[in-house]
Design a protein around this ligand. Structure first.
Ligand code: HMG
Ligand code: MG
Length: 297
Protein backbone atom coordinates (compact mmCIF):
# COMPACT_ATOMS: atom_id res chain seq x y z
CA UNK A 1 0.00 0.00 0.00
CA UNK A 2 1.33 3.41 -0.98
CA UNK A 3 1.36 6.38 1.43
CA UNK A 4 -0.89 9.40 0.78
CA UNK A 5 1.99 11.83 1.08
CA UNK A 6 5.78 11.95 1.22
CA UNK A 7 8.16 14.60 2.66
CA UNK A 8 11.03 15.79 0.52
CA UNK A 9 14.02 17.74 1.80
CA UNK A 10 15.76 19.76 -0.90
CA UNK A 11 19.52 19.40 -0.40
CA UNK A 12 20.65 20.95 -3.70
CA UNK A 13 22.04 24.15 -2.18
CA UNK A 14 24.24 21.99 0.10
CA UNK A 15 24.89 18.50 -1.31
CA UNK A 16 24.37 19.77 -4.85
CA UNK A 17 26.65 22.77 -4.86
CA UNK A 18 29.36 21.30 -2.59
CA UNK A 19 30.76 19.24 -5.45
CA UNK A 20 30.55 21.82 -8.21
CA UNK A 21 33.78 23.27 -9.55
CA UNK A 22 32.05 26.40 -10.86
CA UNK A 23 31.70 29.10 -8.22
CA UNK A 24 28.11 30.23 -7.91
CA UNK A 25 28.14 33.86 -6.71
CA UNK A 26 26.57 34.44 -3.30
CA UNK A 27 23.79 36.62 -4.71
CA UNK A 28 22.85 33.88 -7.20
CA UNK A 29 22.75 31.28 -4.42
CA UNK A 30 20.46 33.57 -2.43
CA UNK A 31 18.18 34.25 -5.42
CA UNK A 32 18.02 30.50 -6.12
CA UNK A 33 17.23 29.54 -2.52
CA UNK A 34 14.55 32.25 -2.52
CA UNK A 35 13.05 30.62 -5.62
CA UNK A 36 13.18 27.20 -3.92
CA UNK A 37 11.41 28.68 -0.90
CA UNK A 38 8.39 29.36 -3.12
CA UNK A 39 8.07 25.96 -4.79
CA UNK A 40 6.08 24.31 -2.01
CA UNK A 41 9.20 22.59 -0.64
CA UNK A 42 8.95 22.56 3.17
CA UNK A 43 12.55 21.67 4.06
CA UNK A 44 15.70 23.17 2.55
CA UNK A 45 19.31 22.43 3.49
CA UNK A 46 20.84 25.72 2.45
CA UNK A 47 24.61 25.31 3.03
CA UNK A 48 27.43 23.80 5.13
CA UNK A 49 29.32 25.33 8.03
CA UNK A 50 32.44 23.21 7.47
CA UNK A 51 36.11 23.98 6.90
CA UNK A 52 35.94 26.24 3.80
CA UNK A 53 39.25 24.81 2.60
CA UNK A 54 37.58 21.43 2.28
CA UNK A 55 34.38 22.70 0.62
CA UNK A 56 35.26 26.00 -1.09
CA UNK A 57 31.99 26.07 -3.05
CA UNK A 58 30.08 26.75 0.20
CA UNK A 59 32.55 29.12 1.86
CA UNK A 60 29.86 31.84 1.84
CA UNK A 61 27.46 29.88 4.11
CA UNK A 62 27.26 32.72 6.61
CA UNK A 63 26.37 35.37 4.02
CA UNK A 64 23.82 33.03 2.43
CA UNK A 65 22.16 32.21 5.77
CA UNK A 66 21.94 35.85 6.75
CA UNK A 67 20.49 37.08 3.47
CA UNK A 68 17.99 34.50 2.26
CA UNK A 69 14.36 35.53 2.50
CA UNK A 70 12.74 33.03 4.83
CA UNK A 71 9.36 31.61 4.08
CA UNK A 72 7.72 30.81 7.44
CA UNK A 73 6.31 27.60 5.89
CA UNK A 74 9.85 26.33 5.25
CA UNK A 75 12.37 24.78 7.64
CA UNK A 76 15.96 25.82 6.89
CA UNK A 77 18.84 23.61 7.95
CA UNK A 78 22.58 23.37 7.34
CA UNK A 79 25.41 20.88 7.78
CA UNK A 80 27.37 21.35 11.01
CA UNK A 81 30.45 19.22 11.87
CA UNK A 82 31.60 20.78 15.17
CA UNK A 83 31.09 23.59 17.71
CA UNK A 84 32.59 26.21 15.45
CA UNK A 85 30.19 25.22 12.67
CA UNK A 86 27.26 25.36 15.08
CA UNK A 87 28.28 28.81 16.30
CA UNK A 88 28.38 30.12 12.72
CA UNK A 89 25.12 28.38 11.84
CA UNK A 90 23.31 29.87 14.82
CA UNK A 91 24.61 33.31 13.94
CA UNK A 92 23.52 32.93 10.29
CA UNK A 93 20.15 31.44 11.29
CA UNK A 94 19.02 27.82 11.10
CA UNK A 95 15.93 25.94 12.19
CA UNK A 96 17.82 22.68 12.05
CA UNK A 97 21.41 21.52 12.36
CA UNK A 98 22.51 18.39 10.48
CA UNK A 99 25.42 16.46 11.94
CA UNK A 100 27.12 13.83 9.82
CA UNK A 101 29.40 10.83 10.01
CA UNK A 102 29.95 7.50 8.27
CA UNK A 103 29.29 3.87 8.98
CA UNK A 104 32.69 3.26 7.36
CA UNK A 105 35.80 4.02 9.37
CA UNK A 106 37.84 4.99 6.30
CA UNK A 107 35.22 7.26 4.76
CA UNK A 108 34.66 8.90 8.13
CA UNK A 109 38.35 9.70 8.41
CA UNK A 110 38.64 11.03 4.85
CA UNK A 111 35.53 13.15 5.22
CA UNK A 112 35.86 14.55 8.74
CA UNK A 113 39.41 13.64 9.76
CA UNK A 114 38.44 11.50 12.76
CA UNK A 115 37.81 7.89 13.63
CA UNK A 116 34.20 6.91 14.32
CA UNK A 117 34.90 6.76 18.07
CA UNK A 118 36.57 10.16 18.06
CA UNK A 119 33.56 11.65 16.26
CA UNK A 120 30.91 10.88 18.91
CA UNK A 121 32.23 13.23 21.65
CA UNK A 122 32.37 16.10 19.12
CA UNK A 123 28.82 15.45 17.92
CA UNK A 124 27.60 14.99 21.51
CA UNK A 125 28.49 18.62 22.27
CA UNK A 126 27.03 19.89 18.99
CA UNK A 127 23.76 18.00 19.44
CA UNK A 128 23.37 19.10 23.07
CA UNK A 129 24.00 22.75 22.27
CA UNK A 130 21.77 22.72 19.20
CA UNK A 131 18.93 21.16 21.21
CA UNK A 132 19.42 23.72 23.99
CA UNK A 133 18.96 26.42 21.34
CA UNK A 134 15.68 24.77 20.32
CA UNK A 135 17.01 23.46 17.01
CA UNK A 136 15.95 20.35 15.22
CA UNK A 137 18.86 17.91 14.71
CA UNK A 138 19.21 15.39 11.90
CA UNK A 139 21.98 12.80 11.95
CA UNK A 140 23.34 11.82 8.56
CA UNK A 141 24.96 8.40 8.31
CA UNK A 142 27.02 7.96 5.12
CA UNK A 143 28.07 4.81 3.25
CA UNK A 144 25.22 2.72 4.67
CA UNK A 145 25.33 0.29 1.73
CA UNK A 146 28.81 0.48 0.20
CA UNK A 147 31.97 2.43 0.94
CA UNK A 148 34.33 3.51 -1.83
CA UNK A 149 37.26 2.36 0.35
CA UNK A 150 35.89 -0.58 2.36
CA UNK A 151 33.33 -2.09 -0.01
CA UNK A 152 30.06 -3.66 1.18
CA UNK A 153 28.94 -2.42 4.60
CA UNK A 154 27.54 -4.73 7.24
CA UNK A 155 24.14 -3.39 8.50
CA UNK A 156 25.50 -3.98 12.04
CA UNK A 157 28.02 -1.19 11.50
CA UNK A 158 25.22 1.12 10.38
CA UNK A 159 23.14 0.19 13.44
CA UNK A 160 26.04 0.90 15.83
CA UNK A 161 26.32 4.46 14.50
CA UNK A 162 22.54 5.01 14.34
CA UNK A 163 22.03 3.78 17.92
CA UNK A 164 24.70 6.11 19.26
CA UNK A 165 23.40 9.15 17.33
CA UNK A 166 19.88 8.56 18.63
CA UNK A 167 21.25 8.19 22.19
CA UNK A 168 23.03 11.51 21.73
CA UNK A 169 19.69 13.11 20.88
CA UNK A 170 19.28 13.46 17.12
CA UNK A 171 15.63 13.81 16.11
CA UNK A 172 15.94 11.69 13.00
CA UNK A 173 18.43 9.83 10.81
CA UNK A 174 19.20 10.29 7.14
CA UNK A 175 20.76 7.14 5.69
CA UNK A 176 23.08 7.87 2.79
CA UNK A 177 23.84 5.81 -0.28
CA UNK A 178 26.85 8.08 -0.65
CA UNK A 179 28.24 6.60 -3.88
CA UNK A 180 24.89 5.64 -5.40
CA UNK A 181 25.69 1.95 -5.67
CA UNK A 182 22.80 0.19 -3.92
CA UNK A 183 20.20 -1.95 -5.67
CA UNK A 184 16.73 -2.59 -4.19
CA UNK A 185 17.69 -5.88 -2.49
CA UNK A 186 20.33 -3.99 -0.47
CA UNK A 187 17.73 -1.41 0.50
CA UNK A 188 15.39 -4.21 1.63
CA UNK A 189 18.15 -5.91 3.64
CA UNK A 190 19.02 -2.70 5.49
CA UNK A 191 15.41 -1.57 6.04
CA UNK A 192 14.53 -5.03 7.40
CA UNK A 193 16.96 -4.34 10.23
CA UNK A 194 16.40 -0.60 10.58
CA UNK A 195 12.60 -0.64 10.73
CA UNK A 196 12.58 -3.38 13.36
CA UNK A 197 14.65 -1.08 15.51
CA UNK A 198 13.46 2.49 14.89
CA UNK A 199 10.11 4.14 14.12
CA UNK A 200 9.58 4.67 10.40
CA UNK A 201 9.02 8.42 10.75
CA UNK A 202 12.56 8.89 12.12
CA UNK A 203 14.14 7.47 8.95
CA UNK A 204 15.01 9.51 5.86
CA UNK A 205 16.59 7.86 2.82
CA UNK A 206 19.31 9.81 1.00
CA UNK A 207 20.10 8.29 -2.40
CA UNK A 208 22.74 9.39 -4.85
CA UNK A 209 22.01 8.44 -8.44
CA UNK A 210 25.47 7.51 -9.72
CA UNK A 211 24.26 4.34 -11.44
CA UNK A 212 20.64 5.32 -12.12
CA UNK A 213 19.28 3.13 -9.29
CA UNK A 214 17.91 5.86 -7.02
CA UNK A 215 14.32 5.88 -8.29
CA UNK A 216 14.11 2.08 -7.98
CA UNK A 217 15.52 2.36 -4.46
CA UNK A 218 13.03 5.08 -3.53
CA UNK A 219 10.12 2.99 -4.74
CA UNK A 220 11.43 0.04 -2.72
CA UNK A 221 11.77 2.25 0.36
CA UNK A 222 8.22 3.56 -0.07
CA UNK A 223 6.94 0.00 -0.29
CA UNK A 224 8.73 -0.62 3.02
CA UNK A 225 6.84 2.31 4.57
CA UNK A 226 9.49 5.06 4.31
CA UNK A 227 7.92 8.48 3.66
CA UNK A 228 10.90 10.87 3.85
CA UNK A 229 13.58 11.44 1.22
CA UNK A 230 16.40 13.86 0.45
CA UNK A 231 16.81 15.00 -3.15
CA UNK A 232 18.53 17.68 -5.14
CA UNK A 233 17.17 19.88 -7.89
CA UNK A 234 18.23 18.71 -11.34
CA UNK A 235 20.28 15.90 -9.77
CA UNK A 236 23.10 18.22 -8.74
CA UNK A 237 25.66 16.98 -6.31
CA UNK A 238 28.04 14.45 -4.83
CA UNK A 239 30.46 14.00 -1.95
CA UNK A 240 33.92 15.35 -2.76
CA UNK A 241 35.46 12.90 -0.25
CA UNK A 242 33.89 9.82 -1.85
CA UNK A 243 35.47 9.14 -5.25
CA UNK A 244 32.89 8.31 -7.90
CA UNK A 245 29.95 9.83 -6.04
CA UNK A 246 27.64 11.61 -8.47
CA UNK A 247 24.63 13.78 -7.75
CA UNK A 248 21.68 13.15 -5.48
CA UNK A 249 18.53 11.75 -6.95
CA UNK A 250 16.87 14.62 -8.81
CA UNK A 251 13.95 16.29 -7.03
CA UNK A 252 12.34 16.62 -10.49
CA UNK A 253 12.43 12.84 -11.06
CA UNK A 254 11.24 12.02 -7.55
CA UNK A 255 8.26 14.36 -7.99
CA UNK A 256 7.44 12.81 -11.37
CA UNK A 257 7.39 9.38 -9.74
CA UNK A 258 5.44 10.36 -6.63
CA UNK A 259 2.84 12.54 -8.33
CA UNK A 260 2.40 9.90 -11.02
CA UNK A 261 1.69 7.37 -8.27
CA UNK A 262 -0.86 9.75 -6.75
CA UNK A 263 1.32 10.53 -3.72
CA UNK A 264 1.20 14.15 -2.53
CA UNK A 265 4.27 16.26 -1.81
CA UNK A 266 2.88 19.81 -1.81
CA UNK A 267 5.62 20.75 -4.30
CA UNK A 268 4.92 22.34 -7.67
CA UNK A 269 6.79 20.63 -10.54
CA UNK A 270 6.71 23.73 -12.77
CA UNK A 271 8.36 25.84 -10.07
CA UNK A 272 10.98 23.13 -9.64
CA UNK A 273 11.64 23.16 -13.37
CA UNK A 274 12.17 26.92 -13.27
CA UNK A 275 14.54 26.74 -10.28
CA UNK A 276 16.45 23.93 -12.06
CA UNK A 277 16.90 26.01 -15.20
CA UNK A 278 18.09 28.92 -13.10
CA UNK A 279 20.90 27.01 -11.37
CA UNK A 280 21.74 25.19 -14.60
CA UNK A 281 22.36 28.55 -16.26
CA UNK A 282 24.57 29.67 -13.35
CA UNK A 283 26.65 26.48 -13.57
CA UNK A 284 26.82 26.58 -17.36
CA UNK A 285 26.14 22.86 -17.76
CA UNK A 286 23.24 20.52 -18.37
CA UNK A 287 22.02 18.87 -15.17
CA UNK A 288 21.41 15.09 -15.20
CA UNK A 289 17.69 14.95 -14.27
CA UNK A 290 15.75 13.07 -16.96
CA UNK A 291 12.48 14.84 -16.18
CA UNK A 292 14.20 18.20 -16.42
CA UNK A 293 15.47 17.27 -19.86
CA UNK A 294 12.12 15.88 -21.01
CA UNK A 295 10.24 18.98 -19.86
CA UNK A 296 12.73 21.35 -21.45
CA UNK A 297 11.98 19.92 -24.92
P1 HMG B 1 39.97 19.15 11.08
O1 HMG B 1 41.03 19.53 10.11
O2 HMG B 1 40.12 17.87 11.81
O3 HMG B 1 39.62 20.28 12.13
O4 HMG B 1 38.60 19.16 10.29
P2 HMG B 1 40.40 21.34 12.88
O5 HMG B 1 39.55 21.67 14.05
O6 HMG B 1 41.83 20.89 13.09
O7 HMG B 1 40.41 22.60 11.88
C1 HMG B 1 41.18 22.69 10.71
C2 HMG B 1 40.90 24.04 10.05
O8 HMG B 1 39.51 24.11 9.70
C3 HMG B 1 41.14 25.25 10.95
O9 HMG B 1 41.50 26.35 10.11
C4 HMG B 1 39.77 25.52 11.52
O10 HMG B 1 39.59 26.85 11.93
C5 HMG B 1 38.89 25.22 10.34
P3 HMG B 1 43.04 26.75 9.80
O11 HMG B 1 43.65 26.91 11.14
O12 HMG B 1 43.60 25.58 9.03
O13 HMG B 1 42.91 27.99 8.99
N1 HMG B 1 37.53 24.80 10.73
C6 HMG B 1 36.42 25.44 10.37
N2 HMG B 1 36.21 26.53 9.64
C7 HMG B 1 34.90 26.91 9.48
N3 HMG B 1 33.86 26.22 9.98
C8 HMG B 1 34.06 25.12 10.70
C9 HMG B 1 35.39 24.69 10.93
N4 HMG B 1 35.90 23.64 11.60
C10 HMG B 1 37.23 23.73 11.48
N5 HMG B 1 33.02 24.43 11.19
C11 HMG B 1 36.25 19.10 9.91
C12 HMG B 1 37.42 18.62 10.78
C13 HMG B 1 35.06 18.24 10.25
C14 HMG B 1 35.96 20.55 10.26
C15 HMG B 1 36.65 18.99 8.42
O14 HMG B 1 37.12 17.70 8.17
C16 HMG B 1 35.50 19.32 7.51
O15 HMG B 1 35.14 20.48 7.38
N6 HMG B 1 34.94 18.32 6.82
C17 HMG B 1 33.79 18.54 5.99
C18 HMG B 1 33.77 17.63 4.83
C19 HMG B 1 32.47 17.81 4.09
O16 HMG B 1 31.81 18.82 4.16
N7 HMG B 1 32.12 16.78 3.31
C20 HMG B 1 30.92 16.77 2.53
C21 HMG B 1 29.68 16.73 3.35
S1 HMG B 1 29.24 15.09 3.91
C22 HMG B 1 28.33 14.43 2.59
O17 HMG B 1 28.27 14.99 1.54
C23 HMG B 1 27.56 13.16 2.83
C24 HMG B 1 26.05 13.39 3.00
O18 HMG B 1 25.51 14.06 1.88
C25 HMG B 1 25.33 12.04 3.16
C26 HMG B 1 25.69 11.03 2.08
O19 HMG B 1 25.53 11.32 0.87
O20 HMG B 1 26.14 9.95 2.46
C27 HMG B 1 25.76 14.22 4.26
MG1 MG C 1 24.94 13.17 0.05
Amino acid sequence: KLPGSVRIKEVGPRDGLQNEKTWVPTESKIAWINMLSNTGIKEIEYSSFVNPKMIPALSDAREVGKQIKRNPQVTYSALVPNQKGLEYALEAGVDGASVFMSASETHNRKNINKSINETFPVLKGVIEDAKNEGKYVTGYVSTVFDCPYEGRMDPEKVITVCDRLLELGVDDLSLGDTIGSAVPSQVENLLDVILKRYPQEKIIMHFHDTRGMAIANILTSIQYGITRFDSSIGGLGGCPYAPGAAGNVATNDVLYLLHGLGIETGIDEKNIQEASLYIQSKLGKVLPSRSLLANAQ
